[in-house]
Design a protein around this ligand. Structure first.
Ligand code: NAP
Ligand code: MG
Length: 521
């Protein structure tokens, strides 16, 4: 490295070789993963930042590479560059040219599916099939939002009062620089939802990936350049949340922060952006209810309800972690759920038959284990799972077997707080109104599931449950066209659909006074 900090002590050839052991010889890994270091991406430049930190594979503890972290100076630089790219280049392009470039970007991401999926699995731990799904989702969002580039327009508005002679219209204009702050649980798709909405609206972006999982966002940034997006349109700044995230939220050159993460940090971002009245989209935590009525085919629904919470080791914001099952089928449902949960294979995301991968860090594993221990201590019944599993060969990996709790009272921590791990709490309910009351007994409002063949019940419960996303007879069904966002402590604003693009625009009203038609010209 020229002029940068010395990384020689940070990573040993042995630790990097262990990455190669996972499934492919080191030399078969994509060149990106063989790099000694991963620098920031600001415009077309690759600065080294002010600190270096290894990023690890949570399944093995192996170091994947050294990541350069940004500090306040790099935040300033990135905002300047993104701002210039916005005013001088990106916002001046004809919408059809922006659309064409975003579509090229989508093609490039799609062509790199295998590489990106491998990066995501190694850095985050999710099973490879899920990582491939994330890349597919990223591509779909890019293509969908590319279409909006040519379709954003205002409206004409007629005067409401008699005798008012004016012609009025609204303009929708891109806000400028969007800061995208992303958590570690779905790093690639999480970043791309924000990037694609911003690009479609005509904004430029600075992505701040989570410190634990910076690699896929950096690769997405490189692919944007390769696809011909002008330098500065997509910038990537790994760095600590309290430093880089905070500086972005406070920065007067950032027009909007699109944040996904915990409710506590989201509250801090509201404060950090308050002085400049910054625009925010906040996608925060959840403790989502999944309600099963007794007219369903139990055998068919049990695996779907289990996946609603255990997918990605339960590290999903929408996890259906409070499962309410109607009395008539409760016993059978519980028995089948325990059996299904016991059958899930926990292990390295690269292994072919892994259902549930590792948790992201030792610290987070400890946190999840504490939640489970507290549930037992409080008197809830742990029916299966909840054990920490160690791989003899790679003891640094961190795994917890999926856990089912029953007989938890609604006030227990395990039934109220977001665990963000593979843990579900199942309870019995009697009537439709009982189900609605229990479902709404939470400070969160992100998502909910409803399983029934009765359409009247389905629509009634959907209308009454206070959550941003309601799934009926499915769970976790996404589409780029669907708005997605929370209520209550789960935040506000949309991160997908047309609504997400509009949230990257300013609404401007233009009023043109007209002379009476018979006035002399
Ligand atoms: P987190 O601690 O809130 O971190 C999220 C992001 O914010 C990371 O990039 C983090 O950076 C950054 N950050 C931390 N402190 C910051 C600060 N003071 N100012 C600005 N940014 C800061 O959340 P997490 O533990 O990574 O993710 C899990 C949480 O995300 C869960 O609560 C989950 O429900 C939520 N989530 C919500 C959604 C949704 O759509 N509603 C989707 C996914 C996840 P560093 O990590 O580098 O410190
Ligand atoms: Mg990692």
């Amino acid at each position: 490295m020229i002029g940068g900090p010395d990384i020689s002590g940070l990573t040993s050839p042995e630790s990097r070789l262990r990455v190669g052991e996972l499934g492919a010889p080191l030399e078969d890994l994509p060149p990106f993963l063989r790099r000694a270091e991963h620098r920031l991406l600001i415009g077309g430049e690759r600065p080294v930042g002010h600190e270096l930190r290894p990023t690890k594979d949570p399944a093995t503890g192996a170091e994947l590479g050294i990541v350069c972290l940004a500090g306040p100076a790099e935040v300033d630089q990135a905002v300047r560059v993104a701002r210039r790219a916005f005013t001088d280049v990106w916002s001046r392009l004809a919408p059809a040219d922006r659309e064409r470039l975003i579509l090229r970007y989508a093609d490039s991401v799609e062509a790199h599916t295998e590489e990106l999926a491998l990066i995501e699995t190694l850095d985050n731990g999710m099973p490879l099939a899920a990582a491939r799904g994330s890349v597919g989702r990223a591509v779909a969002h890019l293509r969908y939002n590319a279409g909006w580039a040519t379709k954003i327009s205002g409206e004409t508005i007629a005067p409401s009062k008699p005798g008012r002679e004016f012609f009025a219209y609204t303009l929708r204009q891109p806000v400028g620089v969007v800061a995208a702050i992303v958590p570690w649980n779905s790093p690639l798709a999480g970043a791309m939802l924000k990037i694609s909405a911003a690009l479609g609206a005509g904004c430029t972006v600075i992505v701040k990936p989570a410190t634990e999982t910076p690699l896929s966002a950096l690769r997405l940034g490189e692919l944007a350049l390769d696809a011909g997006l002008p330098p500065g349109v997509v910038n990537v700044l790994p760095g600590e949340g309290a430093v880089v995230g905070q500086a972005l939220a406070e920065h007067s050159g950032v027009a909007k922060v699109s944040f996904t993460g915990s409710t506590a940090v989201g509250q801090g971002i509201i404060h950090a952006s308050a002085n400049r009245i910054g625009r925010l989209t906040l996608e925060l935590g959840g403790k989502s209810p999944d309600v099963v009525f007794d007219d369903v085919d139990v055998e068919k629904i049990v695996p779907q309800a289990a996946w609603a919470v255990f997918r990605n080791s339960g590290q999903i914001c929408v996890a259906g972690s409070r499962l309410y099952v109607q009395a008539g089928i409760y016993d059978e449902f519980l028995e089948r759920l325990v059996k299904f949960t016991r059958s899930l294979k926990v292990g390295n995301g690269l292994a072919q038959h892994t259902d549930v991968g590792p948790l992201i860090t030792e610290h987070h594993t400890e946190r999840v284990a504490n939640h489970i221990a507290r549930g037992v201590e409080d008197g809830a019944r742990l029916l299966v799972g909840g054990e920490r599993v160690k791989d003899e060969q790679r003891p640094s990996g961190q795994f917890i077997t999926p856990a089912v709790f029953a007989e938890a009272s609604p006030s227990m921590q395990i039934a109220r707080e977001e665990v963000f791990g593979p843990v579900v709490v199942i309870s019995r309910f009697e009537t439709v109104e009982d189900a609605i009351e229990r479902a709404n007994d939470t400070n969160y409002g992100l998502a909910a599931g409803i399983w029934t063949e009765n359409v009247s019940v389905a629509h009634h419960v959907a209308a009454c449950v206070d959550a941003g996303m309601i799934w009926v007879n499915c769970y976790g069904e996404y589409d780029p066209a669907l708005p997605f966002g929370g209520h209550k402590l789960s935040g506000y604003g949309a991160k997908s659909g047309h609504a997400a693009v509009l949230e990257c625009t300013d609404l401007k009203t233009v009023v043109v006074k007209l002379a009476p038609p018979d006035a002399p010209l």
